[in-house]
Design a protein around this ligand. Structure first.
Ligand code: PRP
Ligand code: ZN
Ligand code: MG
Length: 226
């Protein structure tokens, strides 16, 4: 993995909700990827592309910092990182090349099934656990709600039972996780899908040409799956 080579660098999730479909999409576009488990970097055999397999949370930053040229990531993670970087005055430029047709989910507030809930005002003075503090904070501000936010990297759904929070704000896909933890979804604050993003200052002619070859294929795969 050479920073100075002009191979195109694509970041995708190593393991999680988006990894299978990200991999399948690139495969459908004709990339022959030799994905041996445990390898951070996979070289595409038939094109000048390297695949970097990382945590989804790291993907926006890798693209915004120009370490990777393209990334496949959920809009939720992308928007959270953008809000954080704006706050920290850090670079947060990127271009969305395509909204993909997988990875659909919603970021929702959930409370314990037995607790009374009567609109966002019910959250005043409460503690909410989340992995997305910036998105949650934006929502609470819009609603004029004053609540305390506790940031957890994982296992957010156990926070109410553990006495760490009164409510949570987490991703919901099927709803099985909420159900299994005695929680009910009360507000949807953000709807997300996977997107393909590109770093803003990409200028290498060979890399741009490769992207121009890939984009029609990606769009064709998206249409075929509709
Ligand atoms: C999300 C969320 C829940 C689960 C909800 O995790 O944190 O754990 O998905 O899905 P469900 O409604 O179908 O049960 P995700 O898979 O995105 O992993 P991560 O939190 O580790 O990124
Ligand atoms: Zn994650
Ligand atoms: Mg999770």
């Amino acid at each position: 993995f050479n920073q100075n080579s002009n191979r195109l660098r694509i970041a995708m999730q190593k393991s999680g909700r988006l990894s299978q479909e990200s991999q399948a999409l690139l495969g459908s576009c004709g990339l022959k990827i030799n994905l041996r488990e445990q390898r951070l970097i996979a070289h595409v055999e038939n094109m000048a592309i390297d695949i970097l397999r990382v945590r989804d949370d790291d993907i926006p930053g890798l693209v915004m910092d120009g370490v990777c040229d393209l990334g496949i990531v959920g809009e939720n993670v992308l928007e959270e990182e953008s809000l954080q970087r704006q706050l920290d005055n850090e670079p947060c430029d990127y271009a969305v090349l395509s909204r993909l047709n997988f990875g659909g989910c919603r970021l929702s507030i959930a409370v314990q099934q037995e607790s009374a809930y009567d609109g966002p005002a019910s959250l005043n003075g409460k503690t909410i656990a989340t992995t997305y503090p910036r998105l949650l904070n934006r929502y609470l501000k819009q609603q004029g709600v004053q609540a305390r936010i506790v940031t957890l990297k994982g296992s957010v759904e156990v926070a109410p039972r553990a006495g760490l929070a009164d409510a949570i704000c987490d991703l919901v896909s099927t709803g099985a996780t909420l159900e299994a933890n005695g929680l009910k979804e009360v507000e949807v604050i953000y709807r997300s899908k996977a997107v393909l993003i590109q770093r803003k200052d990409l200028a290498d002619a060979a890399q741009l040409k490769l992207i121009n070859t890939l984009m029609p294929r990606i769009n064709a795969v998206m249409q075929a799956n509709e």
